[in-house]
Design a binder for this molecule. Structure first.
Ligand code: 5RP
Length: 262
């Protein structure tokens, strides 16, 4: 029930609830991955069940696909949908230009493909993810398993000439074994502390053999919906230069709050 939700979860929930209202009948919508995106999927499930909303959802991970099917969404692949009206996803960091670090949940590759194939990308977040400069959150980089240590060394060497504060890369683990993404790859987390030129870094990282994709989302996100623990919601649109403020009530709905698995 909502009484058990932490302020951060309430903030994520109201951001997701507000963003869910952007989904209209007939749309093709990218569905992000992570705890905030999971709230979105639950909200959309409720809108499908109770309001008869009809749309097709393209999940960005097997986790999201499972949840989406469980709550009754019409799930299709990106290739079936071809192009999306909208993608709604969480983020690990966002700056004032709405450039992002993503991939904390390990789904950055599908997330970037899906967001890039969308007319509009909306990030849903609590305020703790807003930063002046990207980089405090370790930057996830998806690498192929073959010779990942060589790729790690190449990345660390490349970082010497980049405008970053740190350059240690660590292999993401899942217990005692390397984390494996939906595409069968590994993730290196780059501990950079501060990224001076995120656009340049994003391009350079992807030139390194063995790197599949990095978690910098540059010029992809259009809108951020920021939730607060007291129900306030702020919507910033980078293209229109608008900021809207709103407040949502927490509506306790059995179906929405009983299933808290990500
Ligand atoms: C997954 C992501 C997530 O969007 C990001 O990690 C934020 O997650 P959460 O909503 O749980 O805070 O990029 O790859």
């Amino acid at each position: 029930m909502t009484g058990e939700l932490s302020p951060i979860d309430k903030a994520k929930f109201v951001a997701a609830r507000r963003a869910a209202e952007l989904v209209e009948d007939g749309m093709r919508v990218g569905l992000g991955t992570g705890s905030t995106a999971a709230w979105l999927v639950r909200c959309l499930g409720e809108m499908v069940r109770e309001d008869g909303l009809k749309f097709r959802g393209v999940p960005t991970s097997t986790r999201t696909a499972e949840l989406a099917r469980r709550v009754g969404l019409n799930v299709v692949s990106l290739d079936e949908a071809r192009w999306l009206d909208l993608t709604i996803d969480g983020a690990d960091e966002f700056d004032s230009d709405l450039n992002l670090i993503k991939g904390g949940g390990g789904a950055l590759l599908q997330e970037k493909i899906v967001a890039t194939a969308s007319d509009h990308m909306v990030v849903i977040s609590d305020i703790s993810k807003e930063v002046e400069t990207l980089g405090a959150f370790p930057l996830p980089v998806e690498v192929v398993p073959f010779a990942w240590q060589t790729t790690q060394a190449l990345i660390e060497e490349t970082l010497v000439s980049m405008d970053v504060l740190g350059r240690a890369a660590t292999l993401r683990m899942n217990g005692h074994v390397p984390y494996v993404t939906d595409e069968g790859n590994h993730i290196l987390d780059l501990h950079l502390s501060r990224i001076g030129n995120a656009r340049q870094l994003a391009l350079v990282l992807n030139q390194i053999p063995g790197v599949v994709e990095n978690g910098l989302f540059i010029d992809i996100c259009d809108t951020v919906v920021i939730g607060y623990g007291d129900g306030r919601v702020e919507t910033r649109d980078i293209n229109q230069g608008t900021v809207e403020h709103d407040r949502l009530d927490f509506v306790e709905t059995e179906n929405l709050f009983t299933d808290l698995a990500d």
